[in-house]
Structure formats: C-alpha cells, structure tokens
Design a protein around this ligand. Structure first.
Ligand code: BV8
Length: 240
C-alpha cells in the first residue's frame, strides 16, 4: 500500500505577527529597542550587573501580556487552523516569548527564545510557570536562595532552545514560511538557508516590508499579518 507522504511545513514567526495584537516589535520606530538598550536588559551580563532593571523590564512586559486587551489575532488563529487541517506535519517555531500561538490553539510549537510566562532558576535550571512579577528577594523553590530566579528567556549570547529539533525539521520540510521577522537575529535569520540546503523546500516570506533576508526566499507576500496570513493559509489548504 503506497504511503501518501504529505509535505512537511515549518513556520517561523517573529514580533511582527503579534504587533496587531498590541505587542511592540523590537526594531520598528516605536519598538522595544527604541526605548531600552539591549545590552542593559537582554544579556546575561546585564542580569549580573543590574538584576533589578532586568526584572523590571520583563515584569512590565509580562503584565502587559496578561492584560485583557492582548489576545491572539487572525494571523495566530489561521496558523492554528493550518496545523489542524494540514494533512502533513506543521511545526511552529517562534522567536516570540508571548503565549499568543498557544492561546490561538497551536500545539506543535517551539519557543526558541523562551517564554515570558515562565521563570527559571539560574542555579538548577528548573523552569516554573510564572504569571506574576519575579521579585529580587524571593527564594527559588528548588535551592531556597534569593536572586536565582530569572525570566525563562534566551538572552543575546545564550544558546536558543531546541535547536536540534528545529534543524531536523528544517532538513526534512517541503515548505518554510517566515512571518513578521526582520531576519536580523541569528540563528533564526539563517533558517531559510538551512531549509533550502536540501534543495527540497520552497521558501516564502510574509511581512509588511522587505527584510534583510528577503532575497533568500523563493516567494514574498507583502502586507499586514492579520490580512495576508489567513489568505495564504486558505490558499495552501485549498491546494491540498
Ligand atoms: C547565539 C528573547 C550562540 C528575549 C531574543 C551571526 C551573525 C551576527 C550576529 C550573531 C551571529 N550569531 C549569533 C549572533 C549574535 C546574536 C545576534 O543575532 N545578534 C544580532 C542582533 C546581530 N544572536 C544571539 O546572541 C543568539 N544566541 O547566537 O548563541 C551560542 C552558541 C553556542 C553556545 C552559546 C551561545 C540569541 C539570540 C536571542 C536573543 N533573544 N528574544 C526578549 O524577547 O527580550 S531576540 C528577540 O529579537 C526576538 O526573540 C527576535 O528573535 C528578535 C527580534 O526579531 P523579530 O522578531 O524579527 O522582530 P523585529 O522587531 O526585528 O522585526 C519585526 C518584523 O515584523 C519587521 O520585519 C517588520 O517589518 C515586521 N512587521 C511589523 N509589523 C507587522 C510586520 N509583519 C507583518 N505584519 C505586521 N503587522
């Protein structure tokens, strides 16, 4: 009996997919890096130097994420729909630390840069759900020490999460889609080349504008994520 192999899809998302949900991107004029110095808040050295500043930065972002007006948008919902209805494998890899993909219903998901609603003990590495602020004086449940709890996010200079699983999926996928990412942060910016390496995958970029890696894609679709992602997903599903 000939086993019908359905094409595998890897989707990479960045801050642009959550912009219309009310979460700032990093590099847009009103982006996070326009208001904070990345070296001051998103590196291990910054955490050693001034943990209060770093905790305040992530506590504020966590509070915003949990505010009622922030919710998944039609782009997140369309991708969850793709996962449900696509006959083959769909792996979602996000650089975002928000939980909007999960809230939209996506299950096969990798947060390669960590999750805002989780804390990690810097000493034991254990990870905990965290909905409220992380306070400097609080003691971690594992070591009963103060100052060891940090946001469960990947800072610059730190190794992203689940890279083995990601590269394996890029090596076998037939379609690689990048949505709302500027392609300026590695190793995520190199995934399109990795997907193309085997010469198998078709690569598509969805973004409101040209990016640093646009020339590396077979196809580009320009527009706001909440419009072009549902359209593109419908087109894909209508073909299969
Ligand atoms: C590592 C978590 C090694 C925290 C983040 C090679 C060359 C050069 C530099 C490097 C290199 N390799 C490594 C580096 C260093 C560094 C790096 O890439 N630096 C850059 C700045 C030059 N990379 C690292 O340090 C990485 N680690 O390499 O480790 C290693 C190896 C072995 C052992 C140990 C270590 C770790 C990087 C991860 C850092 N953490 N986030 C937090 O969130 O606070 S990165 C963070 O910034 C995000 O997660 C994301 O990855 C990145 C932002 O990028 P985007 O998501 O793309 O957002 P951006 O604002 O830039 O763009 C938004 C896009 O959306 C735009 O194109 C815009 O047009 C579009 N858009 C806007 N609105 C919409 C839209 N699109 C559609 N619809 C809309 N409505």
């Amino acid at each position: 009996m000939h086993q019908q192999i359905h094409p595998g899809v890897v989707v990479l998302t960045g801050a642009g997919i959550s912009k219309e949900s009310g979460l700032h991107t990093f590099r847009d004029p009103d982006g996070i890096w326009a208001r904070y110095d990345v070296e001051e808040v998103a590196t291990p050295e910054a955490f050693r130097r001034n943990p209060a500043l770093v905790q305040d930065f992530y506590n504020a972002r966590r509070r915003q994420l949990r505010s009622p007006e922030i919710c998944p948008n039609p782009a997140h919902l369309a991708l969850a729909d793709l996962e449900r209805r696509w006959p083959g494998e769909v792996l979602m890899v996000t650089q975002n630390i928000d939980d909007l993909h999960e809230r939209a219903g996506t299950r096969n998901l990798i947060h390669m840069h960590g999750e805002l609603l989780k804390a990690r003990c810097a000493r034991s590495g254990r990870v905990y759900e965290r909905l409220g602020d992380i306070k400097l004086e609080e003691r971690c449940p594992c070591c009963n020490l103060a100052g060891t709890l940090r946001p469960h996010v990947v800072w610059f200079g730190e190794m992203p999460l689940e890279m083995g699983r990601i590269f394996a999926a890029l090596g076998r996928c037939d379609l690689f889609i990048a949505i709302g990412t500027s392609g300026q942060v590695h190793p995520a910016a190199g995934f399109v080349e990795e997907a193309r390496r085997g010469g198998r995958a078709r690569t598509v970029e969805l973004n409101v504008e040209e990016t640093a890696i646009s020339p590396l894609f077979h196809e580009r679709v320009t527009g706001a994520a909440t419009r072009i992602v549902p359209e593109y997903v419908e087109k894909l599903l209508s073909r299969h």
